[in-house]
Design a binder for this molecule. Structure first.
Ligand code: TYD
Ligand code: MG
Length: 449
């Protein structure tokens, strides 16, 4: 059979008959990789197509059957559990804990007889780790292989419902002439796995490493192919890890799962606020407590700001866990509306050690932390700040105010500043002093010193 060469963009999957430095579709540079496909050129279609159109009401109702992992934080992110026949990509930096999470999940899913296929570690290493993690039975099925055809056979033959492949970058197919981890290999292997998963109605977890840019190594198209993309993230220097769903055909992508890495593996964090507030030094300036909502869960967090005189002609702005443009906007509002001076100062912002929260209700807390650090007066440590800041310095309403206040109450906060717009629908009976605020200037006067 004649061999044909094509070049595939690893970012968007576009194809080109010749190599190009820049992808004509997505404009990324150096992203085209060679792929050899066997098959004759210009073959006519073998059959004429057949259309199968039915009414929605005639589609059979199947029960929403999910395997619960009984790891609450994982089930939540999966949308309630694992759907058989689906393929789930678990991405994350090397060393973040993907293999550990998968192994611990296997431990909980013994009744579905999981099969752990490793292409990265030896079976000896897996055994050693399993012994250390506890709760993982000795009769768990394992296999060390990297050839996708063997893995495919194993998935079909294994009498269990859950398969783990660690990792997609280590497996390869003999039919594709490229190194493991290349676009062509990853694409071929994933599409094979998808067919087998659907046919055998087994859930397949595929572990994938993440490159420096934060995309799953190899092609972005991998993300398009699978049913669910979970991302395991966290700062190496902190022990907690966040699991997020970037894509989920069977659930919401808002939920997060929080874990803590310990010497006995990953531990679920069911009350994140306590974890994030544990190391707080109440008397320091530049700190404020905010209430974020992640998915359906309120999480109280500490936002920190440090404002110090700059030694540069262009002062520095550095953020961890907070949007840089949002910080610039808040600084501009504080300068314009309060006359605060940040022009001669470096500004550093840190939200709960790098847990990225994309919730505008953090604005008010951050503004308070900034002014607190600038003037070196602490924010009232028993108070919580909730509110989005608008360009004119107004404090805007936020969603889910009740949930946020309940969490604050549970953790013993005595006072909460909330947008006055949120007062209208607020039920009474909170055992916490609520101060409605309309403008940032009034809020800060109330909370500082
Ligand atoms: P691992 O699951 O191998 O990461 P990945 O598969 O994402 O590359 O986790 C590796 C890190 O986790 C390693 O640095 C050691 C640490 N770790 C613990 O701290 N405690 C444990 O019980 C285990 C198993 C790992
Ligand atoms: Mg690993």
């Amino acid at each position: 059979m004649k061999q044909k060469k094509t070049f595939i963009c690893k970012e968007c999957g576009a194809q080109s008959p010749k190599w190009l430095g820049k992808c004509p579709e997505c404009n990324s540079w150096g992203s085209l990789e060679e792929q050899v496909v066997s098959g004759a050129k210009g073959q006519p279609a073998r059959t004429t197509g057949q259309a199968n159109i039915i009414k929605l009401k005639d589609v059979p109702n199947e029960p929403d059957y999910r395997f619960r992992t009984s790891i609450t934080e994982l089930d939540r992110v999966l949308g309630g559990g694992i759907i058989p026949g689906s393929i789930i990509l678990v991405g994350g930096d090397p060393g973040i804990g993907k293999s550990t999470l998968m192994l611990q999940m296997c431990g909980r899913l013994q009744k579905f007889n999981p099969l752990y296929i490793t292409g990265e570690e030896s079976l000896q290493q897996i055994k050693y780790r399993a012994q250390r993690l506890k709760g993982i039975e000795n009769d768990m099925s394992v296999m060390a292989d990297t050839l996708i055809e063997n893995i495919n056979a194993a998935i079909q033959q294994h009498d269990g419902r859950i398969i783990i492949i660690d990792s997609i970058q280590s497996v390869y197919s003999e039919r594709v002439d490229a190194t493991p981890g290349s676009v062509a290999q990853v694409r071929e292997c994933t599409s094979l796995l998808m067919q087998t998963a659907k046919k055998s109605n087994k859930a397949v977890f595929v572990v994938g490493h993440v490159t420096k840019e934060g995309v799953i190594a190899g092609p972005k198209i991998l993300e398009h192919m699978v049913d669910t993309v979970l991302q395991f993230e966290g700062e190496k220097t902190y022990s907690y890890r966040i699991l997020r769903a970037h894509k989920n055909r069977y659930g919401s992508t808002n939920e997060i799962g929080i874990f803590e890495m310990s010497d006995k593996g990953l531990r679920e964090v069911s009350n994140p606020s306590e974890l994030f507030l544990a190391q707080r030094r109440q008397e320091d300036s530049g700190i404020a407590i905010v209430a974020a909502i992640e998915g359906t869960r309120p999480i109280l967090l500490e936002v920190q700001a440090l404002v110090s005189p700059t030694g540069y002609s262009v002062p520095q702005r550095t953020t961890t866990g907070f949007d840089m443009r949002r910080l610039q906007m808040i600084l501009a509002v504080l300068e314009k509306r309060l006359g605060a001076q940040f022009r001669q100062a470096d500004v550093f912002v840190n939200v709960a050690g790098g847990v990225y929260m994309n919730d505008p209700s953090l604005d008010l807390g951050l503004a308070a932390a900034l002014i607190s650090s600038l003037r070196d007066v602490p924010v009232n440590p028993k108070a919580l700040l909730i509110g989005e800041i608008g360009l004119t310095g107004e404090v805007r309403a936020v969603s889910n105010i009740e949930q946020r206040l309940k969490e604050a109450q549970k953790l013993g906060f005595q006072k909460a500043l909330i947008p006055s717009q949120n007062m209208k629908k607020l039920p009474s009976g909170f055992d916490i002093k609520i101060s409605p605020v309309e403008r940032i200037s009034i809020a800060l006067a109330e909370i500082l010193g």
